[in-house]
Structure formats: structure tokens, C-alpha cells
Design a protein around this ligand. Structure first.
Ligand SMILES: Cc1ncc(C[n+]2csc(CCOP(=O)(O)OP(=O)(O)O)c2C)c(N)n1
Ligand SMILES: [Mg+2]
Length: 541
């Protein structure tokens, strides 16, 4: 067996089951070794797509996915998706063939590339260390890091003996908070009259929800999540949905009136806290996080509790006096029941007959599509509409790859999510800009036979720029485009596709849902050009 085979087999033996990539000469053997060892491989059409598929798969399955790329240009093509993953602390391994000869066409400093985007550079050093190097890469990734494992071309063919038995997987156990941290948290909870818990990605772990719900009940707290944990408290009558730019008016009002905000595995960043505007004057902020560096990173002055979310919530429950009603009054209960959903907030429908209001479109789709869904969202002016109006079943039903704020990641996000949650209907919500940027992966959707619904919020423009610069009278020619028949293009890939200009045009969606869904469905929705309020806010700072 040579190094390529040993690396591939070791990855699978270490628990990797899903691999994405684009194969060239440098990663052909290692990828085949993974497939032969039992992993499933998805050939993407662009490494950028493959990177984000791996990211989304890893986020939504809680496994460590592998991206495999050709040396040099294969890796540079994947860098945007890798950056998103690294910023999101996605556990994944990028297996990158590596040309170490500076005169090679394929040479770039791959270690430096990794470092520059916050990924962890590692490499397979020799035949003797190949297995240990690979194990180290997977184990590092499992600690919520995006690892680039470089596999030098001149090492790949070296002979390795039999594969040794692998060491046991290191336990990833929840760190208990210190006594001192815990008592400060308990004190803050007991003192608070209107506490709100904001749970983030770090609260998506096993049994976090019941632990947080019990503590919230004891302390009289309302529940919210950051966008990446949307759906976590679904079904709770005290759930305010997403805290941040996507908050409904009632959610924003209640969060702003809180006298204590506890972030659980949540950065409480500018998006989640609307640049601080969701924090009322004098409110106390506490952050519970197992990473000491996360505490105060976005909220200087936040009181920190270093510990695992579940372990801390359970420990606090034993201590906190209660139950107290706190923020949980009858009045608040009634208002949440009737006002918390965006679709219950009245709006003026800006549909023109030729174009449909994105809110009307999104509400109609929410009604038409089955609830067991997994929603993935690209970036742009449109992105709040599907985020706010499409409901999701739980925290495994919404994939939001927006840490790098790149457009063009939505379709690949939906592919990775679909494979991670195969029993759910995958829904990709894209702008025309992000959709066209990533369009090659439509072929992947069709080839994999995914029963996906792709909705393009098509305003024939980079709407974000149009609405940001338009009001100041700038020339918008550079951000506006002629009409593109995206439905026709999708049919060319093998999709079923419709063009939508009004509510009635959506009728074939119901037929598709009820049918065998043999082909994916693309909805080219010609939406009314309108500035979204969350984007105004985002650009305002
Ligand atoms: C890779 C990348 N390039 C450029 C941008 C800047 N940008 C932000 S939103 C946007 C427009 C996106 O257009 P579209 O997908 O049609 O969505 P819309 O804003 O029109 O709703 C652009 C170009 C970006 N965020 N990421
Ligand atoms: Mg657009």
C-alpha cells in the first residue's frame, strides 16, 4: 500500500463517510482509496461548490466531512468556501494534493493559504508518519477546526506497510464551569426580572435544548437563537425565533427590554444584536462558551462563563431558585402566540402584476412546501425574506453559510445539507447574482437525483448594491442586468422549472410536491425590486 491509499483508508477508518471534491491527477488515488474503503464521493463541478457542500454537510450532520482537491488551482478555487468554514469553526478536513516544487505550475504556498484564512495547516510528512498525520488532522478537525491537510506529490507513492490499529477517538466532553463562574451566572439569573437566553451554534449539541429550556423555565427567561441556530426552540411558547436583523418587531421589542441577556454558545455579534441596538440600557450580558477566546470578543464587558452549554445549564439548574415567572407573563405569552411570526405582521404588498413581492412569494412557498424541510440561503438583499418567512422544523433545518458574507454559496450549501438530512425536502433560496455565480452545481443537483426546490429571487440586479447606492443617485448600470431566463437554463440541466410573476404562477409547485419529485424544481421568481430593511441596517454601519 502506498501513502495515498493509507491516507484515504485512515480517513474512513477515523469515521469519515462523506467526501466532496473535484478530482485531478494529484488527488485521484487518495479519493479512490476513500471510495474503496466505503466513503461516498460527490463530484462537484467547481471546487468552490465542493468546499461549501462539505461545510454544509459537516454542519448539518455533525460529522467531519472531507473535501478533496487538486494541487494549487484546485485549492485556490476552493478558498472562499474554506474561509466560510474556517470562520464558522466547521469541523472538516480539506485533503489537498500539494506540489512542493516552486517551479511547478501548480505551486503555491498552501500552508500560507490555510493560515491566511484561519484554517489549520497540517501535512503528511512521510511514509512513516502518514497514518499518524492523517489521524491528527481528523482529530484536530473534530475539535471544531477546518484543517487543510497537504498531501505532497512526492510522498504519495511511497510504500507504507500494513495499516496499524488506530488510537481511540479522543473524547469531546463538555467542560464544567468553575464554581466561581457558575455562582456569578446563578446570581445574574436570580437578580434578573426579564432574562432572555440567546442560543447559538454551540447550543445545537445533544440534549442542549432540554437543559436550556428547564433552566429558562426556572429563571423565567424567554428564548431566542442566533440565525445559525434557528429552529432550536421550535414549539416552545416562549421562543422568539431569531435575535438580530431578522427579528420580528415583537422579538426585537422583547429582547431590547430584557435586563439580562445570556448568550449560550453564541458570539452575540453585531448581526445577532443588531449592532448593539437589541441591548437595552443597563442590561447585563453574560456569555457561556467553552472557548475562553469567544467571551467578550464581540461584546466587550460581557461577563464570561467558560464551560460547555449543556453542562453549565444543568449545573445552574441545580442552583437557581425558582421557578419564577420572570419575563413569562400572560401578556407576553399571548403576544408571542399572535405576533411573533413575520407572516402575522401586516405589510403593503408591492407586487406589480409583472413582479411578485418577495414576502408574498415566501409566505406562499411556506404554505406550499412540506414542513419537513432543510432551508439553505445565499447572501444578498433578498436573503431575509426566506430566512424570515420560511419556517423550519428544528435547528437541523436551516443552514446559513454567511460568516464570510460571500454570495454564491447557497446552492452548494443546499446540496451538502440535503445529503446530511436526506429525509427532508432541501430548499435553496438564491438571488439571481449568487445563483448565476454558482450555477454549475445545478448539474450536480440533477446528477445526484436530489428532490430539491431552488427558488431564485430574481430582481435582475445586484439588489444589495442597487438599494445601497441608488438613493444617493449613483449610476447603477454596473449592478443591473438584462433579463435572464433562469428557468430555461435549469431545464437544460434537467430541472423542472417555472417562471413566477404572481401567486397564481406558483400552482405547479403543489403538483410537483404531490408528484414523485423525480426532477428537482427551479422557481425563477421575478421579484419586485425593493430595499430590505435588514440590509439598510447592515449597511448603515
Ligand atoms: C463573492 C462576493 N462578491 C461580491 C459580493 C458583494 N455583494 C453583496 S450582495 C451582492 C449582490 C447579490 O445579488 P443577488 O444574488 O442577485 O441578490 P440581491 O442582492 O439582488 O437580492 C453582491 C455582489 C459578495 N458579498 N460576495
Ligand atoms: Mg438580484
Amino acid at each position: 500500500m502506498n501513502v495515498s491509499e493509507a491516507v484515504g483508508r485512515t480517513l474512513v477508518a477515523r469515521g469519515v463517510s462523506q467526501v466532496f471534491g473535484v478530482v485531478g491527477s494529484g488527488n485521484f488515488h487518495v479519493t479512490n482509496a476513500m471510495v474503496e474503503a466505503g466513503a461516498s464521493f460527490v463530484a462537484a463541478r467547481h471546487e468552490g461548490g465542493a468546499a461549501t457542500m462539505t461545510d454544509a454537510y459537516s454542519r448539518m450532520s455533525d460529522e467531519t466531512g472531507v473535501l478533496t482537491v487538486h494541487q494549487g488551482c484546485g485549492l485556490t478555487n476552493a478558498m472562499t468556501g474554506i474561509t466560510e468554514a474556517a470562520k464558522s469553526r466547521t469541523p472538516m478536513v480539506v485533503l489537498a494534493a500539494h506540489s512542493t516544487q516552486p517551479k511547478s505550475n501548480f505551486y503555491v504556498d498552501q500552508e500560507m493559504l490555510a493560515r491566511s484564512v484561519g484554517a489549520v495547516p497540517m501535512h503528511v510528512e512521510s511514509a512513516d508518519t502518514a497514518v499518524a498525520d492523517t489521524v491528527a488532522a481528523v482529530d484536530t478537525a473534530r475539535g471544531r477546526r477546518t484543517v487543510i491537510l497537504n498531501l505532497p506529490l512526492d510522498v504519495q507513492g511511497l510504500e507504507v506497510g500494513e495499516l496499524p490499529d488506530l488510537p481511540a477517538l479522543p473524547a469531546v466532553d463538555g467542560a464544567e464551569p468553575t464554581e466561581e463562574d457558575l455562582s456569578r451566572l446563578v446570581e445574574a439569573l436570580e437578580k434578573a426580572e426579564r432574562p432572555v437566553f440567546v442560543a447559538g451554534r454551540g447550543a445545537r449539541g445533544p440534549a442542549c435544548r432540554p437543559a436550556l429550556e428547564k433552566l429558562a423555565e426556572q429563571a423565567g427567561a424567554l428564548l431566542a437563537t442566533s440565525a445559525v441556530a434557528k429552529g432550536l426552540f421550535n414549539g416552545s411558547e416562549w421562543y422568539l425565533d431569531v435575535s438580530g436583523g431578522f427579528s420580528s418587531p415583537l422579538a426585537a421589542e422583547l429582547i431590547k427590554d430584557a435586563d439580562l441577556i445570556v448568550g449560550w454558545g453564541c458570539a452575540l455579534n453585531m448581526w445577532t444584536m443588531r449592532h448593539g441596538r437589541l441591548i437595552g440600557e443597563g442590561a447585563t450580558i453574560v456569555q457561556v462558551d467553552d472557548d475562553p477566546d469567544a467571551i467578550g470578543a464581540h461584546r466587550p464587558g460581557a461577563d464570561g462563563v467558560v464551560g460547555d452549554v449543556r453542562a453549565t445549564a444543568e449545573a445552574a439548574l441545580d442552583r437557581v431558585a425558582g421557578p419564577v415567572s420572570g419575563y413569562r407573563s400572560e401578556e407576553v405569552r399571548r403576544r408571542i402566540a399572535t405576533e411573533i411570526r413575520w407572516r402575522d405582521v401586516p405589510y403593503e404588498d408591492n407586487s406589480t402584476g409583472d413582479t411578485i413581492d418577495a414576502r408574498t412569494l415566501s409566505i406562499a412557498l411556506d404554505d406550499l412546501l412540506p414542513q419537513e424541510r432543510i432551508v439553505s440561503i445565499d447572501s444578498g438583499n433578498f436573503m431575509g425574506y426566506p430566512s424570515m418567512y420560511l419556517s423550519v422544523p428544528d435547528e437541523w433545518g436551516f443552514c446559513f453559510t454567511q460568516a464570510f458574507q460571500s454570495i454564491g454559496l447557497g446552492l452548494a450549501t443546499a446540496i451538502g445539507s440535503a445529503l446530511a438530512q436526506p429525509n427532508r425536502l432541501p430548499v435553496a433560496a438564491l438571488g439571481d447574482g449568487g445563483g448565476l455565480m454558482s450555477i454549475a452545481e445545478m448539474e450536480t443537483v440533477v446528477r445526484l437525483g436530489l428532490p430539491m426546490v431552488v427558488v431564485v429571487y430574481n430582481d435582475e440586479a445586484y439588489g444589495a448594491e442597487v438599494h445601497h447606492f441608488g438613493p444617493d443617485g449613483h449610476n447603477l448600470d454596473i449592478v443591473e442586468f438584462p433579463p435572464t431566463d433562469i428557468a430555461a437554463i435549469a431545464r437544460g440541466f434537467g430541472f423542472e422549472a417555472i417562471t413566477v410573476r404572481n401567486r397564481a404562477d406558483l400552482e405547479p409547485v403543489a403538483t410537483w410536491v404531490e408528484g414523485d419529485r423525480a426532477k428537482p424544481l427551479l422557481i425563477d421568481a421575478k421579484v419586485t425590486s425593493q430595499a430590505s430593511w435588514w440590509l439598510d441596517e447592515a449597511f448603515g454601519h
